[in-house]
Design a protein around this ligand. Structure first.
Ligand SMILES: [Zn+2]
Length: 174
């Protein structure tokens, strides 16, 4: 089972996540403070296999190339819906979303989801930035509510993790 380590970085306290299992690490959203991220990687057992981001905003992907270069990890781009990324013995499934940008990626593990700037307590991420859409966000939220169980732990792009059950209770109109 993949484990998750949360590393808040940069002025916007973006959550960079390390997913790791059996000596393999995937880095998601290395949006700043590459030294901090590299230090956390060093403390984590294993080597970096992949580096990727939930969406193309600088506070999520700024240090992608730097981390890939320093660790030898491969940058994953243009991910496809349903694609499975292998980390050790874990499979992480890509959910292609939109609403916050035109190309939001969520990463679904066995009991958790890395949701980028889609889900936040009390609602959802901004839809007023370039590529954002309120309508598409509504569709995205509908899908997540249908596909994720209440016990799924949501690791958002900023702030502390919460469960789907907590999210639903915080956003009843969603
Ligand atoms: Zn964003």
């Amino acid at each position: 089972m993949a484990k998750v380590k949360r590393v808040p970085v940069g002025a916007l306290k973006t959550n960079c996540y390390l997913l790791f299992d059996k000596g393999e690490i995937m880095v998601i959203d290395p949006g700043g403070e590459s030294k901090t991220i590299l230090r956390e990687i060093e403390k984590t057992e294993g080597g970096v296999k992949y580096v990727t981001s939930t969406h193309p905003h600088f506070d999520h992907n700024l240090k992608e190339k730097k981390i890939a270069k320093e660790t030898g990890g491969k940058i994953l781009e243009s991910l496809k819906e349903g694609e499975e990324i292998k980390i050790g013995e874990s499979k992480i499934r890509v959910l292609k979303m939109s609403g916050h940008t035109k190309e939001d990626n969520c990463f679904l593990g066995n009991s958790f989801i890395i949701s980028g700037d889609i889900l936040f307590p009390g609602g959802h991420g901004r839809t007023d930035l370039p590529g954002g859409s309120k309508k598409e966000m509504e569709r995205t939220l509908k899908r997540l509510k249908k596909e994720l169980s209440d016990s799924t732990v949501v690791y958002p792009g900023h702030g502390e993790p919460f469960t789907m059950k907590e999210w639903k209770a915080s956003f009843p109109e969603g």
